[in-house]
Ligand binder design. Structure first.
Ligand SMILES: Nc1ncnc2c1ncn2[C@@H]1O[C@H](COP(=O)(O)OP(=O)(O)OP(=O)(O)O)[C@@H](O)[C@H]1O
Ligand SMILES: C[C@@](O)(CCO)CC(=O)[O-]
Ligand SMILES: [Mg+2]
Length: 345
């Protein structure tokens, strides 16, 4: 049996624009998905994913998505829901040259689904690591990131960047621009996450931005301007030259917060915010956060704010429609074995 975990993430800046080659800075956070894999003697894949509740049903099915799942919901819904796990299994089989490998898989996760915290990337990254190790293949975190990106790309109909999967596989703060993915040094940023209880469909939201961008030059320019915000933010982080994990100074937080606010405004213009996300963003700002923005694909789910004091958490807790508030620590480790195996670096 192999067990692997991988973290979710928040975007300091740059979601959506990163899909079109602009840079982005996602940061891995200490909320993890854990995948347990037991190899089988046959070619069946059996997945237990209790968090995956469709119309109130937990999904458990056998035989990859080719066989009829044992739940009382329409097959296309289950197929859509299981897409990421299936894609991770395909990548692991491919990496091991074992197209007929069967597995019993259990997915457990602390990351709300479809809420902008990268649950899909964490499940895919942890799934590929656990399933390849179950087949006696050890991939480096970069190789896992690359395969996890292929999986997300496939499930999201060709509309995915490397950002979520790279952050989840490597941990820490990272910078992604097209195929260029690098870890970066960032101070310990005081992230506060507010969750509206909702979710958005990443593939659909990305398709919506693409349509706007194809239709209007000013939407294409908006995407480029998000890239400018990211470049400005990176320069601030580089100038601050803070040691990874050090406490950031107030000037840096103020400047980063201003850029986050600007970034949120442009995401809103691109149609990926929502009434409740906007309301959480404004609650965080009135709670004295340095800045606040939606994180991830949007449509519903989470916002991220910067505040070292408890004020933003308190303001969010008292905001109608806010289901959960928590402080998100930077996850310094990306994908890792939870079964005692030590990775060769
Ligand atoms: N615990 C889980 N068990 C099984 N599948 C999961 C789990 N968590 C996430 N997934 C898969 O990931 C999908 C959600 O991915 P999606 O990309 O829409 O949102 P996200 O990754 O949480 O947010 P974002 O991409 O905006 O950061 C779920 O529909 C499911 O297919
Ligand atoms: C919206 C998006 O930029 C981030 C989703 O967390 C999509 C992607 O990068 O694949
Ligand atoms: Mg996702």
């Amino acid at each position: 049996m192999t067990v692997s975990s991988a973290p979710g993430k928040v975007y300091l800046f740059g979601e959506h624009a990163v899909v079109y080659g602009e840079p982005a800075v996602p940061c891995a956070i200490e909320r993890r998905a854990t995948v347990t894999v037991d190899p089988r003697d046959d070619d069946v894949v059996r997945v237990v994913a209790e968090d995956l509740s469709l119309n109130g049903f937990a999904v458990e099915y056998s035989g990859s998505t080719d066989e009829h799942p044992d739940v009382d919901v329409p097959t296309p819904l289950v197929e859509a829901a299981m897409g990421y796990v299936d894609a991770a299994v395909d990548q692991a089989r491919d990496a091991a040259g074992a197209p007929d490998a069967g597995f019993d898989i259990t997915v457990e996760s602390e990351i709300p689904l479809g809420a902008g915290l990268g649950s899909s990337a964490a499940v895919v990254v942890a799934g590929i690591d656990a399933a390849t190790r179950a087949l006696d293949v050890e991939l480096s975190p970069r190789e896992i990131a690359d395969r996890a990106y292929q999986a997300e790309h496939e499930v999201q109909d060709g509309q995915a960047s490397r950002a979520d999967t790279f952050a989840s596989a490597m941990g820490g703060a990272v910078r992604v621009e097209g195929d260029d993915c690098q870890p970066i040094d960032a101070p310990s940023l005081p992230f506060v996450v507010g969750f509206d209880g909702g979710s958005g469909d990443t593939g659909k939201l990305v398709a919506g931005v693409r349509a706007l961008r194809d239709r209007y030059d000013f939407a294409a320019q908006t995407v480029e301007t998000i890239g400018d915000i990211v470049r400005e933010g990176e320069a601030l982080l580089a100038d601050a030259d803070a040691e990874a994990g050090a406490d950031p100074d107030e000037d840096l937080l103020e400047a980063l917060g201003e850029l986050m606010n600007f970034n949120h405004g442009l995401l809103e213009a691109l149609g990926v915010s929502s009434r409740s996300l906007d309301s959480l963003v404004w609650a965080a700002r009135s709670g004295d956060a340095y800045g606040a923005k939606l994180t991830g694909a949007g449509g519903g789910g989470c916002i991220v704010a910067l505040d070292p004091t408890p004020e933003t958490e308190t303001a969010l807790q008292y905001t109608p429609g806010c289901e959960d508030v928590f402080r998100a620590e930077l996850a310094t480790t990306g994908v890792r074995a939870e079964d005692g195996e030590v990775r060769d670096e």
